[in-house]
Ligand binder design. Structure first.
Ligand code: GRE
Ligand code: ZN
Length: 316
């Protein structure tokens, strides 16, 4: 789709499934419709991007990616997965960019892999999915990953993953039949918890320029920001609200709600909101049309669809 450069529509949470990684990690929820699209990095994906009006997808592995593998498998597998992603990007460099997967079971190797893929392959940052072998990301052993991301000036995208088994048992077992639907709620609860824990941990005081992206319009945190800020800030040197609005960005992935968008714009400001679809779970055209027709200014549409991503991901 030939759009002028200043209207290049960039989408950030757009998934695929690496063929080798697929042997180790099943997609969290995959109908045939989803599976066919996760496997495709060519004609079908590009056709649906063209039809929907998406110019660039920043590709990422789908959940759970490499977050539940042991180090002995994860380190080399993440390298090979990122190597293949780079090959894919080279085939369509005007249509694809990438977020690295990281072998989080080995934090030092994750630091090296982030640096390698950003400096040698031009990746735009990394995406981490849910708990890392049961650990939250505020755990001190993961801090070097965020420190290196700060040094490289790339964001870490915290994507949801399936809940901890004990949580699934206690909270969701009664509705196991509904688990696919329930999963979306479990995703939001857990990922918002990741974000809150990162603020409480002091990591963002140690690395005040870290950039973290949350999907799904902030996993409900903008809606809860007043309340979360009220309860936590008295014990923090820098208020929760200040840290959240300084270090976090959110995308529209899978949450095409105008009231939720307004809330996010009011709490965080439009400069923090980036367009995403959450392909293949959501439809490209539905996402683009929603922003195109939203009752916001054309300047704000331009920021959400392209400008904010070009700045955050250095895509000019
Ligand atoms: C997602 O990537 O956001 C996702 C999954 C699985 C089910 C639903 C969903 O990975 O939105
Ligand atoms: Zn997603």
């Amino acid at each position: 789709m030939a759009t002028p450069n200043n209207r290049r529509v960039i989408a950030l949470e757009e998934h695929y499934m690496d063929p080798e990684l697929a042997n180790y990690a099943d997609s969290e929820d995959g109908s045939d419709f989803v599976r066919v699209r996760l496997d495709d990095l060519g004609a079908l994906r590009l056709k649906e991007m063209d039809e929907g009006g998406i110019d660039v997808q920043v590709l990422s592995q789908t959940a759970p990616s490499t977050q539940r593998l042991d180090a002995d498998i994860a380190v080399a597998l993440a390298q090979r997965t990122n190597d293949r992603l780079y090959e894919t990007i080279l085939q369509h460099p005007d249509r694809f960019a990438g977020f690295a997967c990281l072998p989080t079971a080995d934090p030092r190797a994750s630091v090296d892999e982030l640096e390698r893929t950003v400096t040698q392959y031009g990746f735009r940052g990394a995406m981490v999915h849910g708990l890392c072998n049961g650990l939250f990301l505020d755990d001190k052993r993961f801090w070097p990953i965020f420190e290196r991301a700060q040094d490289l000036d790339v964001p870490i995208y915290i994507h949801p993953g399936r809940p901890h088994p004990a949580v699934a048992e206690a909270y969701y077992r009664d509705y196991a039949k509904e688990f696919a639907g329930m999963l979306v709620w479990a995703f939001t609860v857990e990922t918002a918890t990741q974000a809150i824990r990162i603020v409480l941990s002091g990591m963002l005081e140690a690395y005040p320029k870290v950039k973290i992206i949350l999907g799904h319009l902030g996993e409900s945190l903008p809606f809860s920001l007043w309340r979360v800020d009220w309860s936590f800030s008295r014990n923090l040197p820098v208020s929760f609200r200040e840290q959240f609005c300084r270090n976090f960005y959110v995308t529209t992935s899978g949450n095409f709600s105008t009231p939720a968008l307004f809330c996010t714009m009011m709490e965080m400001g439009v400069d923090r909101i980036l367009f995403s679809v959450d392909y293949p779970w959501k439809n490209n055209g539905a996402g683009v049309k929603w922003i195109e027709e939203a009752p916001i200014s054309s300047e704000d549409k331009e920021k959400i669809l392209t400008g904010n991503a070009r700045r955050l991901l250095h895509m000019d």
